[in-house]
Design a protein around this ligand. Structure first.
Ligand code: IPD
Ligand code: CA
Ligand code: CA
Length: 262
């Protein structure tokens, strides 16, 4: 498999589907918002149509590859490759006209991620990486931040929509980070949070209850940019385990706080 060629095709696809998402956002009619189970878990025809377009073309790029995708495309496939995709990460932002949303694509081979693409639609910033290579934002090589201390860090997180049984522990972690850092951002797109840590705009990101499609692409890009991604115990179960702590030089300090309070 020529991953460089696959990456090129995926980037081009993201630019095309990104154009569709951007155009729809300019004229979006809020009566077309739909709820998925709860009043805060939202979706629209744009998420669904973007997924259809991505799945159709990705199936041509690697025939027989399986899929895990947020809006329902799920298939085992007939080879060792699997696409993990979120056609629109940052749906709530999108629906409110807040221009912070992305397409997130990861590709696994035998359950190991080998490609990640996060396309930030509004600024046309494409973050990407393949196995054995560096990480890039468009054509520019990117690296995680060198900062080694929480006191000099800007962090990101998200507030889960559901399963908030650990709410108090989470709020306690947030309180500590608020006291020890330059601040915490909640951008509303985990894929963009990961991409921004990968390029050093923020030092770290943590969240729980994330899904594989939120993190597959971005976590891989962040790793290829020199960062570390773990679950809240410091293990590797961040893709399907719902807990993620990702950072450059402050990963150890972040994890210590999280482990202590979780
Ligand atoms: C959401 C975003 C958000 C995170 C949520 C995700 P969606 O994805 O990544 O930042 O906090 O947990 O579900 O619904 O916009 O695709
Ligand atoms: Ca998502
Ligand atoms: Ca989504």
């Amino acid at each position: 498999m020529n991953l460089l060629l696959v990456e090129k095709q995926v980037i081009q696809l993201c630019e095309e589907v990104g154009n569709f998402i951007r155009t729809e956002n300019e004229n979006f009619d809020r009566t077309r918002i739909e709820q998925k189970g709860s009043f805060s878990n939202l979706v629209s025809y744009v998420d669904k149509e973007a997924e259809l377009r991505l799945v159709q073309r990705l199936s041509e790029i690697i025939p027989g590859a399986g899929f895990i995708a947020e809006e329902g495309t799920d298939s085992e496939g007939t080879n060792e490759y699997k696409w993990i995709i979120d056609p629109l990460d940052g749906t709530t932002n999108f629906l409110h006209g807040l221009p912070i949303f992305a397409i997130s694509i990861g590709l696994t081979r035998k359950d190991q991620t080998v490609l990640g693409v996060v396309y930030e639609v509004s600024h046309k910033e494409c973050f990407h990486a393949i196995e054995g290579g560096k990480a890039y934002c468009n054509e520019k090589e990117i690296h995680v931040s060198n900062i080694q201390s929480l006191n000099e860090s800007l962090l990101a997180t998200g507030f889960p929509y559901y399963h908030t049984d650990k709410k108090e522990n989470y709020l306690e972690i947030i309180r500590i980070f608020l006291e020890q850092t330059h601040g915490i951002r909640r951008l509303g797109s985990a894929a963009i949070d990961l991409a921004y840590v990968a390029c050093g705009r923020m030092e770290g990101f943590f969240e729980y209850n994330l899904k594989p499609w939120d993190v597959a692409g971005g976590a891989f890009i962040l790793q290829q940019a020199g960062g570390k991604v773990t679950d809240f115990s410091g293990g590797n179960n961040f893709l399907f385990g719902g807990e993620l702590c990702a950072a450059g030089g402050v990963h150890g300090e972040m994890l210590k706080v999280i482990k202590d309070k979780w």
